[in-house]
Ligand binder design. Structure first.
Ligand SMILES: NC(=O)c1ccc[n+]([C@@H]2O[C@H](COP(=O)([O-])OP(=O)(O)OC[C@H]3O[C@@H](n4cnc5c(N)ncnc54)[C@H](OP(=O)(O)O)[C@@H]3O)[C@@H](O)[C@H]2O)c1
Length: 250
């Protein structure tokens, strides 16, 4: 019996907390995997060793030509792409050694606003557009973006972060409409606070507040988001244009 070829997946932000768990989950499911990193080469190398045959590529999402090149390189090597997962993002726009989020609107200057929107929203649009140009040649695929509860519900959040994540919801719905005729499905997973990753910069009082209002009374697990992501990448055929809020009922 002829076996189906592996699903070809590109993950942005494989060096991050969520991205690395997503990569492991996809790898375990037997996909052909490429992932990106930016500054954390050590994390990318260690993940690469852990996941044989995966491919790690360095990219700064502030450069649209660079991200186009990464997408083209992976799709070119594999003869196409079946799934794209955008797990890269920023929650802080201060100095790289800052450990706290911006709390108030007054602390967000023009530079911070532009960086947040550029990494979280602008790069996502251009990456999805480039990915779609490859997917449409192969009859379609799944594009999965990672947003946040902050862009969906009124929760205490840095306004520029919420704006960047809110932009993804509109983008997802509009892209699904435009790309549907090419067999391309676009969905956004919006997690609440997760056990690891960028939520480490949240002040303790906010973390406690979240637990108080969360129906399940706990933070989400990275593996729970990775499981949804993997399902969408491998099995989704009709769900598109949706923002899937995974917040334990806040
Ligand atoms: N963790 C949570 O509680 C939580 C909750 C809701 C939503 N989310 C969302 O989940 C996604 C992943 O978050 P995380 O917790 O895994 O964060 P993380 O551990 O800080 O990882 C962030 C990832 O984004 C990459 N990245 C950042 N700036 C980049 C740039 N300019 N160019 C290319 N790559 C860049 C990082 O690469 P390097 O490290 O290699 O520089 C890293 O791979 C984000 O979109 C976040 O908003 C997370």
């Amino acid at each position: 019996m002829k076996t189906a070829p592996p699903v070809r997946c590109l993950v942005f932000g494989g060096s991050g907390a969520l991205g690395s768990v997503v990569c492991r989950c996809l790898h375990e499911a037997g996909v052909k995997l490429a992932f990106t990193y930016h500054t954390n080469k050590a994390a990318a190398q260690s993940l690469g060793h852990e996941l044989p045959d995966s491919k790690a590529l360095c990219v700064d999402l502030l450069s649209i030509p660079a991200l186009n090149q990464v997408v083209d390189e992976v799709a070119g090597d594999w003869g196409g792409l079946d799934a794209f997962i955008q797990c890269a993002g920023v929650g802080l726009t201060g100095p790289s050694d800052a450990t706290q989020v911006h709390h108030t609107m007054d602390q967000v200057d023009e530079q911070a606003w532009e960086r947040m929107l550029a990494v979280n929203a602008k790069s996502t649009f251009f990456a999805a557009r480039r990915v779609a140009s490859h997917m449409r040649q192969n009859g379609g695929g799944n594009i999965i973006l990672i947003g946040s509860i902050d862009g969906v519900k009124p929760v205490p959040a840095p306004v520029h972060y919420a704006a960047s994540k809110g932009a993804l919801a509109g983008m997802t719905a509009a892209m699904a409409k435009e790309l549907g005729k090419d067999g391309i499905r676009v969905n956004l997973i919006a997690p609440g606070i997760l056990e690891g990753g960028m939520s480490r910069v949240l002040p303790e009082n906010l973390r406690q507040e979240y637990l108080k209002h969360c129906g399940l009374r706990r933070y989400g697990r990275l593996a729970e988001i990775a499981a949804w992501t993997t399902w969408l990448a491998l099995h989704n055929t009709y769900l598109t244009g949706q923002t899937i809020l995974v917040d334990g009922a806040v």
